[in-house]
Design a protein around this ligand. Structure first.
Ligand SMILES: Cc1cc2nc3c(=O)[nH]c(=O)nc-3n(C[C@H](O)[C@H](O)[C@H](O)COP(=O)(O)O)c2cc1C
Length: 167
């Protein structure tokens, strides 16, 4: 099974989750791609929030600094994003500019205590022609809690994937 893990992370929490997910698959058939913005966000938290709010209100799709994606060779795609009210602008660009269809897809998100549901609805809308097999959300997962996070991620993956190919 070829697996692709694509994520955006501003402060490392979603990147950490992507590593926890990747551990469960054969490295030879698993690719991980971090979405990068052509124009990085400002350092100042105030300006970052302002920009995020603007992107959120205007459905922003900033240019990505990644190679073109070829989703066709993957059987399972994990999509990871922090919750910024909804999905991050980087994830919005990825899903708006690429046609992904007939894939098994799972969402992983990290937030600060807010609900991920708006993000999930938006991703589902942008991925109508796919099979969403799972969703998982964490509140700012940190490496010091690695044992619990690893266990929760493993159980989640086992619950959404049947290695005999039934799900
Ligand atoms: C611009 C911005 C907007 C955010 N909006 C929300 C939000 O609406 N709800 C929430 O629970 N957390 C919100 N957060 C917190 C992040 O979702 C949370 O800290 C997440 O774990 C960050 O992931 P990262 O470290 O991979 O960037 C926001 C963070 C930023 C920087």
């Amino acid at each position: 099974m070829n697996v692709l893990i694509v994520f955006y992370s501003l402060n490392g929490h979603v990147r950490f989750l992507s590593e926890m997910i990747a551990e469960n698959f054969n490295p030879a058939s698993t690719d991980t791609v971090e979405l990068k913005l052509e124009k990085e966000l400002p350092e100042s938290i105030f300006r970052r929030n302002l920009l995020a709010a603007r992107e959120f209100l205007f459905n922003g799709k900033p240019k990505l600094n990644n190679k073109p994606f070829d989703f066709s060779k993957y059987d399972l795609i994990f999509l990871g994003t922090p919750i910024w009210g909804t999905i991050t602008p980087a994830m919005n660009t990825l899903l708006s500019e690429n046609r992904i269809s007939k894939k098994k897809i799972a969402f992983f998100t990290s937030c600060d205590g807010g609900s991920p549901n708006r993000a999930y609805s938006k991703m589902e809308k942008l991925l109508v022609d796919n099979h969403i097999i799972g969703k998982i959300n964490f509140v700012n997962p940190e490496p010091q809690d690695i044992d619990n996070i690893r266990k929760r991620v493993k159980e989640w993956i086992n619950s959404i994937i049947d290695y005999r190919g039934k799900k």
